[in-house]
Design a protein around this ligand. Structure first.
Ligand code: MN
Length: 285
């Protein structure tokens, strides 16, 4: 008897929802907010994209974070980050900022353009309890230092992690984190398929932001603006339907309680109250 290949399957599909955050920035919340355990170790994914300045010009004035990491990936436009540590970072097309809020950061994220297209993503990655109160850090990753791969009509930018794609080891700019996140931007030039090896047990998310793709041996078209959360075992087969761009995000679940209030993500409500007190008393950072 032939042994059938086992592919990861769709567990859930969510449609990115229009919302606003910061100072009136219009964006799409892909996931985030409630019942986060099933996305563990990920907390949120936002897509911001507009060619109308009014949708982004307010930016994100100074605000705090504690307990997790924020990853900003720009496709188009210019943003400037400033934080309490004195870092100033300019993010342009293809650049990534990987910031560990840890015990506390206060930063701003403001547009550095008054017109034109602004497009990108922000992903929140949780930290295990043992790392939540570690010092904040900040890593600007220039577009040129993000490894890129070209595999049979599929262009890959590997922001983080190490995964095998069609048997080729794809290594990202950021590795060695305890949640072992992989974050790939995959661009398919036409009907193409790839098989990705993702470790058993890992959370696996596919977000299509251009075109359409099918996962595994289902026939469901995951179209632009939809994210799929997949089953935790088997190979990942992605079949693009025409020119398609998508984010593949995988990571090792932490398995601890998640309590979130706004910009603070901790394990208990007591720790949330402490974060709110620390921020109001000026001792968060
Ligand atoms: Mn922020």
């Amino acid at each position: 008897m032939n042994k059938q290949r086992k592919f990861r399957e769709l567990e859930e599909v969510l449609v990115a929802q229009a919302t606003s955050d910061g100072d009136g920035v219009q964006l799409k919340r892909v996931f985030g907010g409630a019942d986060l355990a099933r996305f563990d170790p990920f907390l949120m994914l936002d897509e911001f994209g507009s060619d109308k300045a009014a949708d982004y010009i307010g930016g994100f004035p100074p605000h705090p974070h504690r307990g997790f990491e924020t990853v900003t990936y720009m496709l188009e436009g210019q943003m400037e980050h400033r934080d309490h540590m004195g870092n100033i970072g300019r993010l342009g097309p293809g650049d990534v900022q990987w910031m560990k809020a840890g015990a506390g950061v206060i930063h701003s994220e403001m547009p550095k353009q008054e017109e034109g297209l602004m497009h990108g993503f922000q992903l929140w990655v949780n930290l295990p309890a043992a790392e939540k109160m570690t010092p904040a850090s900040y890593n600007d990753i220039d577009a040129n230092s993000i490894p890129s791969y070209e595999l049979n009509g599929v262009a890959i930018k590997s922001i983080a992690g190490e995964l095998k794609v069609d048997g080729t080891k794809v290594s990202g700019a950021v590795t060695g984190l305890s949640t072992d996140p992989a974050y790939l931007d995959m661009s398919f030039d036409s009907d193409r398929e790839v098989v990705v090896d993702v470790p058993d047990g890992y959370t696996t998310l596919v977000y299509v932001y251009k075109g359409s793709a099918v996962i595994g041996d289902s026939d469901y078209q995951l179209t632009k603006g939809k994210i799929a959360r997949l089953s935790r075992e088997g190979e990942l087969l992605i079949s693009a339907s025409g020119a398609t761009r998508l984010l593949l995000i995988t990571g090792k679940p932490i398995g601890e309680p998640i309590v979130q209030r706004g910009p603070f993500v901790m394990n208990t409500m007591d720790e949330i109250h402490q974060a709110i007190r620390d921020y109001s008393e000026g001792t968060l950072v």
